[in-house]
Design a protein around this ligand. Structure first.
Ligand code: IPM
Ligand code: MG
Length: 357
């Protein structure tokens, strides 16, 4: 049966990079018999401008009906003055929560062709291949109560709540253990159990789940140390699992180890492997509309979609190979440009991947 995809270009460079990824999907559909249909909808600032809301009901409905979503990016300076409850980012958070996409997979892989682009020495990052599994629908991002209140003294106080139930921790840890089984067999759970009760419970639940995965070597690490180890000796990690906010921060740091955040895809999955796929980077309003953005993270997100939701691992490998070929050929967008390479724009990079397919 044909799989229904929903395309959400979003804001900033979102539409440009998504256009290139859709070219890849259309090529797989037309030339390689990938049985898909594609629909498009509004999210983020683009949706605010058109409807007043970052996640219109119509978009959430389409998102619930489809098998997989490809999202560009949301947000931009234009909407920064809005109340936090209706900012573009709320569209993204609403999709994650509304579709129960609790498991966020963020691979940090160093492409050997880009070893020079990393801010760390080549010997520290060469061969880097980490999978960060970030809890995505709980923790301090969604915890109640939250807000800003007026104290009796007249001073205002801001507050958010870090909460995790045992079942929330258990299900994300099992996703991470399963991934570790298929990779190097090592899992590092990141918490702040020395200070936060909530993550003390996190550590306990992960340790209990570990009993069902005797072949995975489990280690626990405090988040401050994990941040340090990521920039000191990142190759010690295989799979990392952590809370929503720690995962947000650590995945940006891990991304930069690979040289460019413009190369890294992500998947956000529910219990049944329905998924939303998006590049890790943001909407980069400063370069939007200039044909300068790197579309490879979005194209690699298509590869993740093929692997995790559409059950087409062979096609996923084909897309990843095509990306490697264009890098081998020396094509670079501005963010990964180095001496002796050929600088190309967003559309030329997408066309090169399509040609390599
Ligand atoms: C991410 C982003 C989002 C997050 C923002 C845009 C809400 O930083 O996907 O990492 O904080 O989760
Ligand atoms: Mg982030």
């Amino acid at each position: 049966m044909s799989k229904k995809l929903l395309i959400l270009p979003g804001d900033g460079i979102g539409p440009e990079i998504v256009t290139e990824a859709v070219k890849v999907l259309a090529t797989l559909r037309d030339d390689h018999a990938l049985d898909i249909t594609m629909d498009e909808a509004l999210v983020g600032g683009a949706a605010i401008d058109a409807t007043g809301h970052p996640l219109p009901d119509a978009t959430l409905e389409l998102a619930k009906e489809c098998d997989a979503i490809l999202l560009g990016a949301v947000g931009g300076t234009k909407w920064e003055g809005l109340d936090i409850s209706i900012r573009p980012e709320k569209g993204l958070l609403g999709l994650r929560a509304g579709l129960n996409l609790f498991a966020n997979l963020r691979p940090a892989i160093l492409y050997p062709q880009l070893a020079d682009a990393s801010s760390l020495k080549p010997e520290i990052v060469s061969g880097l291949d980490i999978m960060i599994v970030r809890e995505l629908t709980g923790g301090i991002y969604f915890g109640e109560p939250r807000g800003v209140r007026k104290l009796e003294s007249g001073e205002r106080q801001g507050f958010n709540t870090l909460v995790y139930t045992e079942s929330e921790v258990d299900r994300i840890s099992r996703v991470a253990f399963d991934i570790a089984m298929k990779r190097g067999g090592r899992l590092c759970s990141v918490d702040k159990a020395n200070v936060l009760e909530c993550t003390e419970l996190w550590r306990e639940v992960v340790t209990t789940a570990a009993a069902d995965y005797p072949d995975v070597e489990l280690e626990h690490m405090y988040v401050d140390n994990a941040a340090m180890q990521l920039v000191r000796a990142p190759k010690q990690f295989d799979v990392m699992v952590t809370t929503n906010m720690f995962g947000d921060i650590l995945s940006d740091a891990a991304a930069m180890l690979t040289g460019s955040i413009g190369m890294l895809p992500s998947a956000s999955l529910d219990e049944n492997s329905k998924g939303m796929y998006e590049p890790i980077h943001g909407s980069a309003p400063d370069i939007a509309g200039q044909n300068r953005a790197n579309p490879l993270a979005t194209i690699l997100s298509v590869a993740m979609m093929l692997r995790y939701t559409l059950d087409q691992p062979e096609m996923a490998g084909r897309v990843e190979k095509a990306v490697n070929q264009v890098l081998d050929a020396g094509l670079r967008t501005a963010d990964i440009m180095s001496d002796g390479m050929t600088e190309v724009g967003t559309d030329a990079m997408g066309d090169a991947v399509v040609a390599a397919l």
